[in-house]
Ligand binder design. Structure first.
Ligand code: SF4
Length: 310
């Protein structure tokens, strides 16, 4: 791969999503990152500072997102990190399940420190999320954000059965996305939809793996081109170096994905497999699980594969 082909990839990376913690107050069945109360791994403010410095050095990052797990569980770090990111010149967003919006007054109190510092608050609002005792925390959080002038939107994931509808006709209700059967969804939800022949999963439909526009970085520094597929570690090598040297075709997992999707991972490494899978991500995730011992630096960390981690 020549330098001239590599350079545009780094220029296009515009979003860095910080997984502030793998911990979450919920344990949703569709969660890509296996977030939950017993998960471990939380970013320190020092790590956030290092990441932001590297993001600045890369020169192409416009957006920094704070997500998880549930980022509000580490509220002081979140507030400090958001302010630091904003003061470093980035546009800033937060993704949250709004568990903290138990009343209008509480929601405004929680959001007040972010006024003028964030450009987007994305709230998970669907059948997987909610609050106890019938209180609709996402609605309360959205109203409070609007009152405070914080741009806000909902993220809604449809029931797993809707994946078949979306896959065949693309008729999910506006604003809803289909479940992708990776992470915990592969284990908990994939059996609820009809399996399709494994050979038909011959591409990655969702991520621009060759020239990613946004990547995720976790508390351990792993840079994920898709959750659980690392292309480097920011605490070991600076982001500009990782992006400069990223050769998608030579990457042991991304390479086969680009050549022929999840089905090609199975073929290339001679993996045993079922006849059918729920979707592309289901086959991709199951194939990767089988390859973790072979590519421990790439298929990491344990948290992304449902193992209570470091
Ligand atoms: S096919 Fe694999 S790489 Fe692509 S989005 Fe699904 S899990 Fe990620």
């Amino acid at each position: 791969m020549t330098e001239s082909r590599k350079a545009p990839r780094a220029r296009r990376l515009s979003g860095l999503h910080l997984l502030l913690t793998y911990e979450c107050n919920y344990e949703c069945e569709h969660c890509f990152v296996w977030g939950g109360p017993s998960q471990t791994g939380t970013m320190t403010l020092d790590t956030i500072e290092r990441i932001l410095e590297q993001a600045r050095a890369l020169g192409t990052i416009e957006w920094i997102y704070f997500e998880g797990g549930e980022a509000f569980l580490y509220y002081d770090t979140l507030v400090a990190g958001v302010r630091l990111a904003r003061e470093s010149g980035f546009r800033v967003g937060i993704v949250s399940n709004a568990y903290w919006a138990t009343s209008e007054a509480e929601a405004e109190k929680q959001l007040q420190p972010f006024v003028g510092y964030i450009d987007d608050l994305s709230i998970s609002s669907d059948a997987y999320h909610g609050c106890e005792d019938g209180v609709t925390c996402p609605d309360i959080a959205r109203a409070a954000a609007r009152k405070l002038g914080i741009p806000v939107d909902f993220i809604s994931v449809a029931a797993p059965e809707a994946a078949d509808v979306a896959g065949s006709a693309g008729k999910l209700p506006s604003g809803e996305s289909a479940v992708l059967f990776r992470g915990r969804a592969a284990e908990k939800l994939a059996s609820r939809v009809a399996a399709k022949p494994w050979e038909q999963f011959d591409r990655c439909p969702w991520e621009d793996l060759r020239a990613p526009q946004r990547v995720h970085v976790d508390p351990f520094g792993n840079l994920h081109v898709c959750q659980g597929i690392s292309i480097g570690n920011l605490l070991q090598r600076p982001l500009p170096e990782i992006m400069r040297d990223y050769d998608a075709d030579e990457h042991p997992i991304v390479g086969p994905l680009l050549a022929g999707g999840p089905a090609e991972i199975v073929r290339r490494y001679g993996l045993s497999h079922e006849d059918g899978y729920a979707d592309h991500c289901h086959l991709c995730y199951e194939a990767r699980r089988l390859l973790r011992e072979r590519f421990p630096e790439v298929l990491t960390p344990d948290q992304m594969y449902g193992i209570r981690g470091q």
